[in-house]
Every structure is written in C-alpha cells, then in structure tokens.
Design a protein around this ligand. Structure first.
Ligand code: HMG
Ligand code: MG
Length: 310
C-alpha cells in the first residue's frame, strides 16, 4: 500500500484526568481518591500527568486541595507533574507545591476568555508575563493552552488565524509548548488540520499538542488528522472523565484508553500500559460513582469479567 504520509513512531500522551477530568465533578472528590488515581496513572507509565490547578477555589471548588494532592502523590522518576495557573498567585502556590511545569491558559475568543478567566485575551497575556518570568527563574517548563480553538460556545465559529494569533503571543511569552484545545468538542478532522496548519506558521508543530474533548464523538478522528500532520503530543482523560465548568454541555476529553488503543493499534509507541490505565479508569469510576466513558475500557473490562485475561 502506498501511503502519502507517515505517522510519528512515538507519541506522548498527557493524562489530564486528575485535572480536566475531575474539575467538573459536582461532588467533592476525596483527597485520598485523587492521590490514588494519580499514583495508579504514574504506575501505568505516563511521562506527563496534569495533576492539579491553582485557580480560584470560588471559580472551581473541586481543585481547592491541589497543594495537598501534590504533597501526597508518589512521584515517578522522569514523569512531569503539571498544573494550571491563571495568575501569579496561582504560580506561587504551584511553585511551593513543586510542580514540574505550569500551564497558562487563554482562549481564541474574547467571550470565552471573559467567562473562564474574567479578562480579555490581551489582559490574560499581560497577567502571564510575570508567571512566565517566575517559571524561567525557577527553571520549570511553561505551557500555554488555547481554549475554543475549534469553536466557541458563546461566539460560535473561530478562525484558524485567531488561534495562530494567540499562539504567537504565547510563543512570545516564552512558552515551551502550546496546546490547541477543542474545549467543546465541535471540531472535525479538516478543521483540526486547518488550525494546526495556521499555528505551525508561528510555532513548531513538534511542540504543539492536541487537546480534544469528545462531545460530538470526533476526538479520535481529530487525533488521527493531527497525527497525519506530525503532531505527536495528545491530551486525554482516563475513562473519558470531565468537561469544562465554563462550557455547559461539553463532555470530557477523549478517553485515554481509547486513545492508547488507537495509537498502539497503529504501532505507535506511548510507553503507557493500556491494561493498567483500564484498571485506573475502573477505580475512579467506582470511587466517584460515574459511568465509564471509555469504549475500549468498557470492552476490556467486560472481556476480563468473562475470564479472558488477554
Ligand atoms: P477574579 O475573580 O477576576 O480574580 O478571577 P481576582 O484577582 O479578582 O480574585 C478574586 C478572588 O480569588 C480573591 O479572593 C483572590 O485572592 C482569589 P478573595 O479576596 O475574594 O477572597 N484568587 C485565587 N485564589 C487561589 N488561587 C488563585 C487565585 N487567583 C485569585 N490562583 C481568576 C480571575 C483567573 C482567578 C478566575 O477566573 C479563575 O480562577 N479562573 C479559572 C477557571 C478555571 O479553572 N477553568 C477551568 C480550567 S481551564 C479548562 O478547563 C480549559 C482547558 O482544559 C483547555 C480546554 O479544554 O479548553 C485547559
Ligand atoms: Mg479541557
């Protein structure tokens, strides 16, 4: 067969379930459950886990115990434990907690920036300047996340050029990597490729990530479309947990189990043990009493329940 593109040989999967997955849970998730989840994910082999968010507890109550979470987890050597920080106050808390990477987050639409971080895109970038300086001073990595890159619940359509403009501002801040986020999961493969083609003009694709929510069931197709362009970093959430508190109706990230099943099926190395992730997904769903939204997770659990260990 003559393929006109080649897929990356390896991909980094960033597990965002402990942050993006749990931030939207209506009931408080006990500290011990959050810690156990992260410890199980670390043991599964992830090289990067988004573990927490140092945001205002009035805005996102579920992330209030982030310092305790980071204090109690067993850190796996070589794994990056990152956290969201919206401002210098969050940055100070993140540094005190010993995170390896901080994530500043803005949006490709003014309306979403106002709803999520209570300021304009330009104001958010000004707010991030001292955060970026503090990250450099502390020698930790800085990541920039661009929400609603494929569509906005308030504004509607978002132009790829608008995403590239924010990517340029994040590049100027000194971000080591940039996430292209489909917050409400409305993107389709052609639109995803158009956005990455636009952002690739201002920032290397090798340091960009796809962060796809799965509201419309397009996330895996979107991953494949991004892989074809050479994107080799994707975010996912164990058991498909999550949603954004400021994007009503949006569902969780692509389920990690489904993403791993796709990547491993394509012969792409991730370094992550799918079976251990399925068990972590089963653990968190039972612990917080919610359904498992991973198709691969449910399929493997059903198979194991029938006594088939393969
Ligand atoms: P504000 O109300 O404009 O901030 O919120 P403020 O500076 O006026 O402060 C108000 C109060 O919050 C003060 O307390 C501050 O001390 C406190 P008070 O004096 O009233 O007692 N405060 C903080 N407390 C703890 N940590 C902090 C912090 N900052 C202020 N860091 C702010 C502005 C940005 C703080 C707020 O809007 C906020 O925290 N937003 C975060 C919203 C959020 O976390 N959203 C979900 C994560 S983003 C996401 O899910 C998208 C992503 O997954 C990608 C995608 O899918 O799109 C990343
Ligand atoms: Mg998200």
């Amino acid at each position: 067969m003559n393929m006109s593109f080649s897929l990356p040989a390896s991909v980094q999967v960033v597990e965002v379930g402990p942050r993006d997955g749990l931030q939207n849970e209506p009931q408080p998730v006990p500290l011990d459950v959050k810690v156990q989840l992260i410890d199980r994910l670390s043991a599964a082999g992830f090289g990067h886990i988004e573990a927490a968010a140092f945001v205002s507890p009035k805005w996102v109550p579920q992330m209030a115990g982030s310092a305790d979470v980071l204090a109690r987890i067993r850190r796996r050597a070589g794994t990056v434990y990152s956290a969201l920080v919206p401002n210098l106050k969050g940055m100070e808390a993140a540094l005190a907690a010993g995170v390896d990477e901080v994530v500043v987050f803005s949006a490709a639409s003014e309306a979403f920036a106002q709803k999520n971080i209570n300021c304009s895109i330009a104001e958010s970038i000004e707010r991030f300047r001292p955060v970026a300086q503090a990250a450099r001073d502390a020698g930790i990595r800085l990541r920039g996340s661009i929400s609603v890159a494929l569509g906005c619940p308030y504004q509607g359509e978002v132009r790829p050029a608008a995403v590239a403009e924010v990517a340029q501002r994040m590049a100027d801040l000194g971000c080591d990597s940039i996430d292209i986020a489909d917050t409400i999961g409305v993107g389709t493969p052609g639109a995803v490729q158009a956005v990455f083609e636009a952002t690739a003009r201002v920032f290397p694709l090798s340091r960009q990530a796809g962060h796809f929510h799965d509201t419309y069931g397009q996330a895996l197709a979107n991953v494949y479309a991004a892989l074809q362009l050479g994107v080799a970093n994707f975010h996912s959430s164990v058991a498909g947990l999550g949603g954004c508190p400021y994007a009503r109706g949006a569902s969780g990230n692509v389920a990690t189990e489904d993403l791993l099943y796709l990547l491993h099926g394509l012969g792409i190395d991730t370094g992550v043990d799918l079976h251990a992730v399925v068990q972590a997904g089963d653990f968190i769903c039972r612990a917080i009493g919610r359904p498992n939204n991973s198709r691969a997770g449910r399929a493997l659990l059903a198979k194991w329940a029938q006594g088939d260990a393969a």
